[in-house]
Ligand binder design. Sequence first.
Ligand SMILES: C=C(O[C@@H]1C=C(C(=O)O)C=C[C@H]1O)C(=O)O
Length: 401
Amino acid sequence: MTLPSPASHADAGALPGPNQPFAFRNAAGRVCAMGPAHALARGTRDSLAERLAPFFAGPADGAVIGGALPFDTTRPDCLWQARGGDGTWPGDGAASTEPPSRPVPPRPQPPARGYIDSVARALEIMRREDGLPEALTKIVLARTLLVEEAQAFPLRQVLARLSEDPSVTAFQVSLPSRADQGAPRHLVGATPELLLEKRGAAILSHPLAGSARRLEDAQADAQAAQNLARSEKDQREHRLVVEYILDLLAPDCAELSTPEGTTLTTTRSMWHIGTRIEGRLKDPDTPAVVLAARLHPTPAVCGLPCARAAGLIRSLEPVERDFYAGAVGWCDRRGDGAWHVAIRCAELCGAQARLYAGAGIVLGSEPRAEAAETGAKFGALLAALGLPRDAALHDLDSLHD
Ligand SMILES: C=C(O[C@@H]1C=C(C(=O)O)C=C[C@H]1O)C(=O)O
């Protein structure tokens, strides 16, 4: 694997790539790398704090690091150092996305039927182990859609579309290119889920788990939200995530609470159950990225027990997650910054896009409903690529139990 060569001159404008290897934008503002940028030495979670220590000990010159941590904590991360500031969001000024020149139906990998079978297998394991110590209580299973176009995707337009929803953080991270693909590779997305934000001693995490598709008809949409809020299965699925995060953060915090309790949150495509977790660090110098790497992977994207779920994900999912369901974010020299769960995202490489979506499975989950949920979660990315938002729901219509 090779990284794009670092830029050696000043910011050449908002062109994602070596000059602007990361960019984040949400309703609160934006953090977009400005050149010159360089790739940091890559490594796994175990060496992260040590590799970044010189950066956090460096002068207050406004530099930031940003990038992506992979789902699998034993795989190398992809982090960049650049000049900080709010920079230019690469989507700014981009023309609206034209529909693809050669609309090709997205190819589900695995096909919906295969995904449904994997969910059923996970449920079988949960039923068999129910009540035993170390029983599998939750697993998040994902599927992908491969979209191939005649021409390279217009990255800036895609980012412009993704940032239209004020309830998400739109992002772009340049990834190392693969040996077999010459084109630059980018992780792009619109995540609604905050893994960890830190400002001074104050930290915030906002896990989501438990989802329902938004519906066009206002009454049906409100009903979907109400059903989700009242769903015992979804509330149970959500609580597992909140308890996991509280347990992991507690030793680092002088104060830790959930002041708003559990509430419903929404994006343009999905309703979610969410909980705002607020805390005060005992040591305000612990960098946000170090805390994020300690929390990751939460049961919002992996499962419980964590190592068991990760092993099953490897055997049940036919496509590598790579940076999907990892974390994306940035940190300044004080260690302040924000790290988001890398969901509602796609890997773009030239004319190819791989979209990812997963759903949490607990006892009481229904395989077809989980496949439909993942189909709905592709919506934001499909729309950003100029494809119909519901394109991933059609292959479910033809399936019969
Ligand atoms: C795994 C994804 O989403 C996660 C799973 C959720 C769920 O199962 O309800 C909800 C939000 C996310 O934590 C995804 O969007 O790919």
